[in-house]
Design a protein around this ligand. Structure first.
Ligand code: ADP
Ligand code: ZN
Length: 724
């Protein structure tokens, strides 16, 4: 029997398993029940596809979405794996054809819609009883639970499977994170002592940006012009909004279309298909669009209007970058949207539900307004720890100055205190600014804090109050007329001299390509050949057209990027490219290679495949704190045998930054210095370092001369530290 890793490499052309894939695969092959929780794009499918190939018999995959089923089956067939699907959209002739293949053990995987299992008085189940089943995979398993956000009654029937097929392992997978749903799935599916595998929900390749909702159209057009090859989705709240936006984009020469629930189902199918097949570049849509969109090269997801809650926001932005390449999520935010959405959130006669919706809306607004790493906010929202400083959100990429707001805060809190915590923000602001309005009584005017804040305008005070509330320095009661109240933090500021400092944005990072701050040394850059990349994309589209499948089913953008970076010249060299399994090398190798060779000849280039270093896996010695965020991402990619240059390229960061990340892991002993440099150079570097009074990279490097690079000096010092 082939090992799982051999199957992964041979059929799918990937070097390593991701996240918890290896554990899931191993457990299923051992015929044990498994429960996999991974974010969208994490790679759930391979968790059952690899075991399906390792085990005898046919794997039955239960999947709720017909469109997805077809995509998955196409993708498997393109890799030379016998797979099929069966659902109600097929004629009975087609269905019989597939059943025939099943009975003759010609299929490694069969995708079925859940209703198929319960229909025709269990006739289909009877057929399954007569053939050898390797495993059951339940995709989108949250559909079985009432607690999930997408319950489907047809899924309930699945709880009988375990009784009917006690010896066949079940693997359930979902991206739905919450605890109650998780437990309920295990119960509903009758999983026996399942291995539960939870992967981080962090989508490291997505950068998060929030921008003020101003000049939205111009901003979007500029973005699209700056990223001419990128395709993506723009979400709008209303149907009308999608039509307007799409029209304006078309007027500006951008290939766009709109999608909403008001279109007929034929129109919807056509618009969606054009987008999947890269015929439409920008899809402007309401939230009706997206369920079952598996397109892997969605490079950006924008929200022209505010989503209702973090769950929706995360799910929608999660449609970007399934191929693992750098992608962007951009939210255009204004408080006016919050007010607008509040009206929708009120459900008459259902106070509990309204409260919940309003709270979720508030959390969405907080996300946009809070001065905090966006990724950290999201991860914590989903119950995961994150240290912040992700270096890939507008907050982490912006430049700030510190603003001391202690005195103004004290003035404000003192006003609230003097007025006995009985008023809302409008009156407090009027009072502090010395308003002559009727609501300010003579008594109020006699108080010493009256008018102490007239050095700032109303907006300034409104903002300050909002910031204080968000950061917990002040409370607001939840009555009909909300009243500002002091809390322990306020009292610390007012009576104990606690400081209040806010970061004020000096330069706000925008969703256009952000230049990185260079350190004092530089290393050569690594190029992918843009022109070749576009030629490869055109070729991919032609093949896809011919085979009548979406282009990403043939190859992902990540694979094309590797081709245009490493310029393989032979089939052996193609073997090193991620996404080129044995079958695809045979099928497509001779179509792609001439294009690359021709390009190299014209541009005087050679194959760079030897630069794609391999085999660097070693076990870590001790764990670092760098287990999340940008460091962890670099580490993961490094462990997947990607070179520094490749990681830099894929993450859209400079080589320096990646080197700095790796140095941290040398320091912690998780990466050996020998993997990154000639170890005989370490000794001399450390000797010189020790002689210096204040060792600095620069001084050491100057003394060593040109035979040593900054990176080497850096590693040697880190190595020395790791030994202490
Ligand atoms: P999910 O179902 O969890 O949303 P998919 O199974 O569709 O994710 O996988 C997302 C993408 O990641 C696919 O393009 C898939 O081919 C790719 N992928 C999955 N596992 C790996 C791996 N181990 N190495 C490289 N690419 C992978
Ligand atoms: Zn961040």
């Amino acid at each position: 029997m082939k090992s799982p890793l051999e199957i992964l490499q041979q059929y799918f052309g990937y070097d390593n398993f991701r996240l918890e894939q290896a554990n899931a695969v191993e457990n299923v092959i051992a015929k044990k029940d498994t429960f996999v929780l991974m974010p969208t794009g994490g790679g759930k499918s391979l968790c059952y596809q690899v075991p399906a190939l390792a085990l005898d018999g046919t794997a039955i995959v239960i999947s709720p979405l017909i469109a997805l089923m077809k995509d998955q089956v196409d993708a498997l067939r393109v890799n030379g794996i016998p797979a099929a699907y069966i659902n109600s959209s097929m004629s009975s002739f087609e269905q019989n054809e597939t059943l025939h293949q099943l009975k003759n053990s010609q299929l490694k995987l069969l995708y079925v819609a859940p209703e198929k299992l319960s229909s025709e008085n269990g006739a289909f189940l009877q057929i399954l009883k007569q053939v050898q089943i390797s495993l059951f995979a339940v995709d989108e398993a949250h559909c079985v639970s009432h607690w999930g956000h997408d319950f489907r009654p047809d899924y309930l029937f699945l709880n009988g499977i375990k009784h009917q097929f006690p010896d066949v392992p079940i693997i359930a997978s979902t991206a739905s994170a919450d605890e109650i749903t998780r437990k309920d799935i295990i119960k509903q599916l009758n999983l026996q002592n399942p291995l539960v595998l939870v992967s981080s929900f962090d989508r490291a390749n997505i950068k998060y940006f929030v921008q003020p909702k101003q000049a939205v159209l111009q901003n979007i057009i500029q973005y699209l012009n700056e990223h001419p090859d990128d395709s993506g989705i723009i979400y709008c709240l209303s149907r009308r909004g999608t039509e307007d936006m799409s029209d304006k984009l078309l007027e500006n020469g951008i290939n766009a279309a709109y999608y909403h629930a008001g279109l007929s189902s034929t129109e919807r199918a056509k618009v969606q298909e054009d987008f999947l097949k890269d015929k439409t570049r920008v899809m402007v849509a309401t939230i009706a669009f997206g369920m079952g969109i598996d397109k892997s090269n969605v490079r950006f997801v924008m929200h022209a209007d505010l989503p209702k809650n973090i769950e929706s926001y995360y799910q929608e932005t999660g449609r970007a970058g399934r191929d693992g390449l750098p992608s962007e999520a951009i939210l255009f935010y204004s408080y006016a949207d919050v007010i607008k959405l509040k009206r929708f959130a009120m459900i008459e006669g259902n106070e509990d539900q309204s409260d919940l919706m309003l709270r979720k809306l508030q959390q969405m607004a907080d996300f946009a307004e809070m001065q905090k790493c966006r990724r950290q906010y999201l991860m914590e929202y989903f119950g995961e720890k994150h240290a912040g400083n992700c270096n890939a959100c507008d907050f982490c990429l912006s430049e700030f100055e510190i603003l001391d707001a202690t005195i103004d805060t004290q003035k404000l809190l003192s006003a609230i205190f003097r007025l006995k915590e009985r008023y809302g923000k409008n009156l407090i602001i009027d009072f502090i600014r010395g308003s002559k309005g009727v609501k300010i009584t003579d008594y109020m005017r006699s108080l010493p804090t009256y008018g102490v804040g007239n050095n700032h305008d109303k907006t300034y005070w409104q903002n300050l109050i909002r910031q204080l509330l968000i950061n917990g320095f002040l409370d607001e009661s939840n009555e009909e007329f909300s009243v500002l109240k002091l809390n322990d933090e306020s009292r610390q500021i007012l009576f104990k001299g606690k400081k209040v400092e806010f970061k004020k944005v000096k330069e706000h990072a925008k969703a256009v390509v952000v230049e990185e701050i260079e350190t004092d040394y530089s290393t050569p850059d690594f190029d992918s050949n843009q022109d070749l990349f576009s030629e490869l994309r055109t070729l991919r589209r032609e093949i896809a057209e011919r085979e009548n499948v979406p282009p990403y089913v043939i190859f992902s953008d990540a694979t094309l990027l590797e081709l245009s970076t490493y310029l393989p010249h032979t089939k052996e060299e193609l073997n090193e490219i991620s996404g080129f399994g044995a079958f695809k090398i045979e099928k497509y190798g001779e179509i792609f290679l001439p294009l690359i060779i021709d390009f190299c000849r014209k541009n005087n280039l050679n194959s760079k495949i030897s630069e794609k270093k391999r085999k660097r896996q070693r076990e870590p010695k001790k764990a670092t704190n760098n287990t999340s965020g940008t460091f962890a991402t670099t580490f993961d990619m490094y462990k997947k045998n990607l070179s520094v240059e490749e990681i830099a390229k894929m993450r859209n960061l400079s080589v320096n930054t990646i080197q700095n990340h790796l140095v941290k892991f040398v320091e912690s002993g998780e990466i050996e210095a020998a993997e990154l440099m000639d170890v005989s150079k370490i000794e001399p570097i450390i000797e010189i370092a020790k002689k210096q009074i204040i060792p600095s990279l620069k001084a050491i490097k100057e003394e060593l001369g040109d035979d040593f690079s900054y990176f080497e000096v850096h590693i040697a010092l880190a190595y020395d530290k790791s030994m202490q």
